[in-house]
Write a protein that binds this ligand. Sequence first.
Ligand SMILES: [Mg+2]
Length: 407
Amino acid sequence: MNNEHSSKILSRRDLLTGLGAAAAGAAFVHQAVGQDRNPAAQVADRASGVKITGMRTHLVQNKVYVEIETSRGVTGWGEVSALVPSAAEALARRMFDLLDGENPTRIEYLWQKLFRAHRDMRGGPFMCHTIAGIDMALWDITGKLWGVPVHRLLGGPCRDKVKVYPTSKSRKAPPAGVYDHAVTPSEIERMINQIRLDRERVGPEGIVMFDAHCAIPPAALIQLAAAVKAYDVLFIEEVAVPGNIEVFKRLKAAIDIPLATGERDRTIWEFIPYLDQRCIDVLQPDVAHCGGITQMKKIAILAETYHVPLAPHCTTSPLGATASLSVGASIPFLLIHETAPGLLRWGEQFMNRPWTVDDTTAYATLPEGPGLGITIDRDKMASVAADPSYKWRWPGAKLPDGSVADY
Ligand SMILES: [Mg+2]
């Protein structure tokens, strides 16, 4: 046996002996210090004894704000969006039955408890959007308990700032109307001109996107995409209505510009087919639609495994937008993040916004906590809610012949 080999054996033997001693030592410490002082038994922390004690809901025009109260006096806020608000409010209140007395920091457990409580109501916008609002409030509470922004709880920021649109350097052209199956040359020309104009406005360093909004028939979209290649479109959004994978596959094969979708899809189960069928280049979950922060982070992980970045859809007030930016900050593959300036201004009538946008660079700062970092002014919120000029109405669109259109 040479010396080198012998020393390896000794090392292993020493190591094994050492491990044995360590295990024996741990057992001794366990007995000597008692369960109450054993470091391994100290799983209780500042978040372990807290309980959910109440929920208030606030219907403010087309939004419902969920306020979850706890035994520690810490309150969390979430935003329920894009539902019939009166129905969403009633559902959120009924869901409190499942939250009462629970520890709000068990976010994954509570998400599962809400989603899987009633087997016949699993999924769908009403359950998922309402759970999303509650989920935001739970992350807000947990961040506040630990004194950190929510993106710190999600693994910490992957970037120092987040690229956003719209800004003077990042613009997304709309479809500007509804289209029947015989899209006219002048309609195609108008869309091409809009994209060309946006490229001229942002310059060669800027970003141009086009949102088809599920309004443009596939054949016309293929024609349009071929005509705008020179303007370097970052992606074409919502080329087809959600769920129709065969149309997405056909468009993906025919269009030489990246395709994006996801704002009307919910949970990992609705996002996986796009990835599985290789028919999407960019995913666009909306934190308020997809099932909250908890689901959005999982969708980002799924997308990462297919090397697909996120460009989160976001048409929420500062509260929902902060939840979304918190996820966006914490994921490795983020292309760009939407903001809705009109809705941000609307929400800023009664809440702060814990991040800013530099219009000249198109970057947003990371949200500042603790939690989601939002403070609501209840009086101002009540006065916006009481605005008599607002009335919720069913949206919808029709073609010139009177038939129903996607829009
Ligand atoms: Mg869109």
